[in-house]
Design a protein around this ligand. Structure first.
Ligand code: PMP
Length: 438
């Protein structure tokens, strides 16, 4: 096809694409989308030659920035020898080596890697493993899950059942699994004790019925970057153990150093029975995810064939994705990504603390490579002020997709200091602007 102009691309897009998380009438009539032609490091370059600092690592995946040369090289190298084979009675070096390397960096006692495609499927796998684990173990009554109000674990039906964001659930009422929701620890000033008591109560009353508690560790991302104390994870772990339930930790957003350590659950000294990883795991190159399980869980699937896990996607363990994911781990190790992100995280924390003084702004907060601030109280996912900040940030050269009226940054861990300072300055100016229109 001949080189398309920006207008041609937008015309095709508006005629044929159905965008995710997008009210399409408004999009088609009013939105002038960013048309990105190229991406490098922490920047996206559009068809007009403008660049935008990627304030959210493109939906939180590009933790090493865009087109990291080592990841591109790993992808091309693998593509020249083998792009795909299934894992059905077949194996290959990238998937086998990656699994060993994952277990080496995973919290103990995680011991096995089940591959899938994205964060939602990593969670879907965890849910099915929990259900079948208990059936295989002779406790078939354990079929329910506990999640936090405001939780987000993905969009497939199982994962969406755990979702506590009302607007994402409402359409599927009566079809989603009947999960038990408990208040998150940051819900009120005394939230920590109240939340712990609520979880303790649910687990005690549901003994014999609850398969697992599923948590986003330390920060509920999609709920609006709601940060909570690691103590809650420790207590959740102890409660699950006391009541014989499993603990699933969804590190899809928080893994790969987003909150500081490689895994957010490390900050609490807690290891789950199942850990879900995606996004950063993929290096932001190809869909790729994994669910890590303990030997105790794995062993329950051994023996007679009917005990096996009959589940798998066409692309699980895909060699291209696996080769890139291995290189991601090598880059984390060799380029000391976590240590080098620490001073950047401190810059984010300082900048957001300062933004707390902007009239009308509230709850400025930061954790690792996340900074967030609220522009209104309780407007939820459909708040409009965040989008005013988005528009202003775009004008100033940053891509800042808000969560309703929560404006946040979650940039690549490798963002150069100059880009980070520019990003934080744009956030401050955009928030000030949006609030001045309130
Ligand atoms: N779990 C968490 C904690 C997430 O933040 C997300 C996506 N934002 C998912 C699961 C789903 O991941 P995906 O969009 O890759 O399916």
């Amino acid at each position: 096809m001949a080189h398309l102009s920006r207008a041609d691309i937008v015309a095709l897009d508006k005629r044929y694409i159905w965008h995710p998380y997008t009210p399409m009438r408004r999009y088609i009539d009013e939105v002038d989308p960013l048309v990105i032609e190229r991406a490098e490091g922490a920047r996206l370059f559009d068809a007009d030659g403008r660049s935008y600092i990627d304030g959210n690592s493109s939906w939180w995946v590009a933790t090493l920035g865009h087109n990291h040369p080592r990841l591109v090289e790993a992808l091309c190298r693998q593509a020249r020898t083998m792009c795909h084979t299934s894992l059905a009675g077949v194996t290959h070096a990238p998937a086998a080596e990656l699994a060993a390397e994952m277990i080496a960096v995973a919290p103990r006692p995680l011991d096995r890697v089940f591959y899938s495609d994205d964060g939602s499927t990593a969670v879907e796998v965890a849910l099915k493993l929990c259900l079948q684990f208990f059936r295989n173990e002779g406790q078939p009554g354990r079929r329910r899950f506990v999640a936090l109000d405001g939780a987000y674990h993905g969009d497939t039906l199982g994962a969406a059942s755990l979702g506590g964001v009302e607007i994402f659930r409402r359409q599927y009422g009566g079809v989603l699994m009947d999960c038990i929701f408990v208040p998150p620890p940051h819900a009120r000033e005394d939230g920590h004790e109240a939340a712990f008591a609520a979880l303790a109560d649910v687990l005690a009353r549901g003994a014999g019925e609850i398969a697992a508690v599923v948590l986003e560790p330390l920060v509920q991302g999609t709920a609006g970057m709601r940060i909570y104390d690691p103590e809650y994870l420790r207590r959740a772990r102890a409660l699950c153990d006391a009541h014989g339930a499993l603990l699933v930790i969804d590190e899809v957003f928080t893994g790969y150093g987003r909150t500081g350590p490689m895994w957010a659950c490390e900050a609490a000294g807690v290891a789950p029975d199942l850990l879900c990883t995606g996004k950063g795991f993929s290096g932001g190159m190809l869909p790729m995810a994994a669910t890590l399980a303990t030997a105790r869980i794995f062993d329950a699937f051994l023996g007679a064939p009917e005990r096996a896990f009959y589940y798998g996607h066409s692309f699980c363990g895909n060699p291209l994705g696996a080769a890139v994911a291995r290189e991601v781990l090598a880059v984390y190790r060799e380029e000391e990504i976590l240590a080098r992100a620490a001073p950047k995280a401190a810059r984010i924390a300082r900048a957001f603390a300062d933004m707390g003084a902007i009239p009308g702004a509230s709850r400025a907060r930061a954790l690792g490579m996340i900074g967030a601030i609220d522009l209104s109280r309780g407007a939820g996912y459909l708040g409009e002020l965040g989008w005013r900040a988005y528009a202003e940030a775009r004008r100033l050269g940053a891509y800042l997709r808000p969560l309703g009226d929560v404006v946040y940054v979650a940039p690549p861990l490798t963002i150069p200091d100059a880009d980070l300072d520019e990003l934080l300055d744009i956030v401050r100016r955009s928030v000030t602007f949006a609030l001045s229109t309130a």
